[in-house]
Design a protein around this ligand. Structure first.
Ligand SMILES: [Zn+2]
Length: 139
């Protein structure tokens, strides 16, 4: 069996040097964000509203709506959950929301690197083999 590679039990998949370099860069940024502990899911949106008083300026033409108010929105168990924030809370927590977005982006980059490595796997080039045994007898 000298000179042949066992394609069913290959050595560890090699990771390209450029891939490793980018992964290290991503890991450093992920760690830096995680160390701050300042990560918040969802989004913060500005809301302006009308009140129930018919002669209020918010019902005028053109209307002068109340606000701005700030609303933190996120998903909890597939349901949208909202909470009102003060203006200074909105100011402080927007950076936390931005950090969460950055973490998700960095994770997606890592997944893309992994996907590219799998797609570049030389074993995709080997000859097609017979289908795996399904346990059903053929007639
Ligand atoms: Zn009003």
């Amino acid at each position: 069996m000298t000179g042949t590679r066992d394609l069913c039990h290959p050595e560890a998949v090699r990771v390209a040097a450029s891939h490793q370099a980018e992964a290290r860069q991503i890991a450093a940024e992920l760690a830096a964000i995680a160390r701050t502990g300042m990560v918040l899911p969802g989004s913060i949106t500005e809301r302006r509203t009308r009140c129930g008083h018919r002669n209020c300026a918010c019902h005028a033409d053109p209307p002068r709506l109340h606000g701005p108010y700030w609303q933190w929105t996120r998903k909890v168990a597939a349901r949208t959950v909202c909470r009102w924030l003060s203006a200074d809370q909105r100011h402080d927590y927007q950076a936390w929301i931005d950090n969460d977005r950055r973490l998700r982006y960095l994770l997606a980059r890592l997944e893309a690197l992994g996907t590219a490595a799998l797609e570049a796997d030389p074993r995709w080039q080997r000859r097609p083999q017979t289908a795996p045994d399904t346990g059903q007898a053929s007639t």
